[in-house]
Design a binder for this molecule. Structure first.
Ligand code: SAM
Ligand code: SF4
Length: 314
């Protein structure tokens, strides 16, 4: 495997007009999915227009790395549906210090060890309920045992940490949080509680499902031996007395979340995307490559996308 960039070599050079450094890239590699989660925000993409090739993704990531981006998160759709996902991970990992992936877990058991070998460091598995009936209802697929197996295999293959993404929704799974903390502790995973987020401001049925995680943060703080505040979004990680780690992702109406956002996105069809919540300010990147554009032109696209970054919740 080629030498990896180390943390010390990461020098963020991309800073947006609000003084926010950009040091991570969230790369969607497909919009295809084998599940049908009713709440899915599809990473803010609509209408797929083809997928970038492994070579194109590598070219974009290598430019990002030169601009100081040291971390890449691979997402989708469901990233493991791509036959060439291991090649994509291998190519990305030769340029940046950390590669992670968010997956629905359905195909994880069969690919986790190959992915680790190719340079995947860690994984987030979406696991919204420990109750098989509730889980299958949420994801619209009868896949609970496969996802459980994927979580166990990810641990066995050395992906570390394994995080369980639980989108918390009122009336659906909020009462399960204590049990999910215990489950995550048992399998040696971090539980990541994510607030349900609509794709646009003012969506009317959003409040039907929204469950405010702020009061829970206060409770976790009182129960923790250690609280770690991550740079990204100022997310807090609670190390609970008696074991168990819970991280809380609270984007809604949260100006800190936006003020401490260090991420840019690449859509599955190759545009740079400054914000999950907006689709009116994308900047073309892969199409530049396809038209013979130079590395300098890709760098200019990155700078343009960074210049367009605006805190969504100001
Ligand atoms: N298919 C993969 C998966 O489900 O993990 C990756 C793509 S999915 C869009 C990325 C993450 O966003 C998942 O953890 C998913 O649960 C979460 N997510 C999807 N829609 C959401 C919403 N409306 N609000 C909050 N999180 C959401
Ligand atoms: Fe969306 Fe992921 Fe669910 Fe697929 S598995 S529908 S991409 S949240």
């Amino acid at each position: 495997m080629p030498a990896r960039q180390t943390r010390d070599e990461e020098k963020p050079t991309l800073v947006d007009p609000h003084g926010r450094s950009v040091n991570s890239l969230r790369v969607s590699i497909t919009q295809r999915c084998n599940f049908d989660c009713f709440f899915c925000h599809q990473e803010g993409e609509s209408g797929p227009d083809g997928e970038a090739t492994p070579e194109e993704i590598e070219a974009i990531v290598s430019v990002a790395a030169e601009l100081g981006i040291g971390k890449v998160k691979i997402t989708g759709g469901e990233p493991l549906l791509r036959e060439d996902v291991v090649e994509i991970v291998r190519r990305i990992s030769s340029h940046v210090g950390e590669v992670s992936m968010t997956t629905n877990g359905y195909l994880l058991a069969e690919r986790a060890c190959e992915l680790k070998e190719a340079g995947l460091d860690r994984v987030n598995v979406s696991f919204h309920s420990g109750n098989p009936d509730v889980f299958c209802k949420i994801i619209g697929s009868d896949s609970y045992p496969r996802v459980r197996e994927g979580i166990a295999t990810a641990k066995d293959c050395g992906l570390n940490p394994v995080k369980l993404n639980m989108v918390v929704m009122k009336g659906i799974n909020e009462e399960e949080i204590p049990r999910m903390i215990e489950f995550a502790k048992e399998v040696g995973a971090t539980l990541q509680l994510i607030e349900y987020q609509p794709l646009e401001k003012g969506v009317t049925d959003w409040s039907d499902y929204h469950f405010d995680l702020k009061p829970l943060e206060e409770e976790f703080e009182a129960r923790s031996s250690r609280v770690v505040e991550r740079e990204m979004h100022r997310r807090r990680q609670y190390h609970l007395v008696g074991g168990g780690v819970v991280e809380v992702v609270r984007p809604m109406h949260n100006s800190d979340f936006c003020m401490y956002c260090t991420r840019l996105r690449l859509t599955s069809d190759g545009d740079l995307k400054p914000c999950l919540m907006r689709d009116d300010n994308h900047v073309e990147a892969v199409s530049l490559l396809r038209n013979g554009g130079s590395r300098e032109s890709i760098k200019a696209a990155f700078r343009e996308a960074v210049a367009k970054r605006e805190p969504f919740w100001g």
